[in-house]
Design a protein around this ligand. Sequence first.
Ligand code: CO
Length: 301
Amino acid sequence: MRLLPFPLAFRLLLLAALALPLALPLAMPDMAQAGHKAPDKRGILLVAFGTSVPEAVQAIDAIRQQAEAAFPGLPVRLAYSSRIIRDKLAGEGAAKKSPAQALADMAAEGFTEVAVQSLHSIPGREYSDIKATAEAFQAMPKGLRKVSVGRPLLYSHADIAKAAEAVLGFLPGHKKGEAVLLMGHGTDHPANAAYAALQLALWKRDQNIFIATVEDTPGLGEVIPELKRQGIRKVFLVPMMSVAGDHAHNDMAGKEDDSWASRLTAAGIRSEPVLVGLGSRPAVAALWIDHLRDAVKELDR
Ligand code: CO
């Protein structure tokens, strides 16, 4: 958080400074035979936001398994982009790497080209940070020669249309008087507009599917009046996030007064949570893998 006020150039420099001591020891033998380019060694780095909820990890594992199956020749590594989650896990003795640590380790292992795949939903801050990290590593002498970054789930108009199709494919069947309410994360980053675009794509097919976000707009307060207006008595609550983690278990389905389930009950609407992350939905995971395929192709250019 302390890094945020600094201009991008400083942040890139800092990243490089942090990563170099890790990358140097193994880069040394290369320097000895200057002029000889090492053969390409390609790998994949999946970057999830991360989760501190143990049972939520299976959704990330599911995407990883799809990646390993889709690219049998390429080693797949994993990093968590959230510092808060990483700090929490480190305190519990289950440390996870940051994207920069993972890339530094891959460079040290002799990888020369890495396709990084963002497992985030929208092209918000986490995604921009991954892009900046990838660029910094590419610019480093003796670093990785090429680092491409695969776009998150809801990036282009076409991506959003495909995501809507995939989501419609697994949503619980809902009768008259019932609706589905997806919980997106939400952010004050302009990419938050992706949720509105997804809502529009979903409404083209089903008027009783709604999306609201935990952290930004539309909030649940904007959706409840619409549910009431349409005479909805029951909603299925479904996380629109790679994992069904803390937000899904607490902010969505929790017992506290301010959870979505409690606020809906207070508004006279019953709810039934579906605690499954998007990563565990094969059709959605396949979209992240499609984006990874584009990132791997980009390494050829
Ligand atoms: Co959050």
